[in-house]
Write a protein that binds this ligand. Sequence first.
Ligand code: NAD
Ligand code: WQD
Length: 333
Amino acid sequence: MTIFVTGGAGYIGSHTCVELLQNGHNVVVYDNLSNSSVEALKRVETITGKLITFIIGDIRDESSLTQAMQGCDAVIHFAGLKAVGESVAKPLEYYDNNVQGTLCLLRSMQTNSIKTLVFSSSATVYGDPESLPLREDHPLRTTNPYGQTKLVIEDILRDLYRSDNTWQIMILRYFNPVGAHESGLIGEDPQDIPNNLMPFIAQVAIGRRENLNIFGENYPTHDGTGVRDYIHVVDLAHGHLKALEALTSPQCTAINLGTGIGYSVLDVVNAFSKASQQSIPYIIAPRREGDIAACYADPSKANTAIGWSAKRNLDQMCHDAWNFQSKNPTGYK
Ligand code: NAD
Ligand code: WQD
């Protein structure tokens, strides 16, 4: 199949392109490079020995998008802005890019009679959990504009399917993607100060930042620091392949992609320190606004619905994140 991948130059998109190419699919990447580099795609070609068709474009440019996806069989939609704090400061930008962009994408798909879609949602749609582990039928609500864009898009997809039940839609709710490809060629390359824990730790380990701020030590968790379900990006990428392969009949299905295991900030610091053989100096800082104590998935639906489960553990995640960071101390630059 030929897969149209929006946001394919980004962190999760580039790893998914590797999976697609290695499993015999052709890939057309459509990305405006607002948070990524074309170097990532060159490296995907190096890893796989296959070529990617790359089109620079914005998903809100509907005519360019409609033309670019001609001849494709399915779409994986990664393109979007993803920084929670920035979304609070720039809500209009986030709604425009993520929601308006997705509306353009769905119309372009209709124009091209492409009705198979895998969409990047997030565990953020569960808000502050009422119960753990999080199942897909947990109530949906969010606490910030970024999360709201994901929830609105999920609702749009459910409404679209209700209006035309020939669509084949998989909504993937990622937990906390981390790590990098085992080659050390592609990985996470934050353009600014990292918002997320693992890339921040990696930059402390390489000496780009002095110390980590641990946001809160008095949560009701096993050591007082926040607990999350970290998932290796290669496992996540594989989940997209499995989702696509499972989309052989009309549906609109939401699935968690997580490991089901919660690790605390201190667990991650210790595992990263062991994997990198570097010390990770940290300071205990106040809680970060909007953070929750703990969040981890019940990943069983992914197993039954698409035959997927995560294979890589926290040590592997830290090892591969460090491998990428140490081979690329300044990212793709
Ligand atoms: P990323 O920023 O690395 O990748 C997103 C890509 O989309 C980038 O290459 C960017 O240039 C592109 N893009 C953004 N707006 C665009 C537009 N208007 N037109 C064309 N291209 C555009 O982020 P990522 O971590 O790879 O995330 C991919 C998707 O997964 C996003 O939708 C994100 O919200 C979602 N997600 C990410 C996480 C995470 O922690 N990384 C967790 C849950 C969900
Ligand atoms: C993990 C833990 C922090 C940084 C976010 C988004 C979510 C999703 C994934 C897109 C928390 C602590 C962090 C630091 C710290 N993205 N931390 N010091 O907040 O679970 O999820 O990314 O969909 O929507 O909200 O991930 O990596 O930022 O934080 O102590 O410098 O690490 O408090 O407990 P989070 P994170």
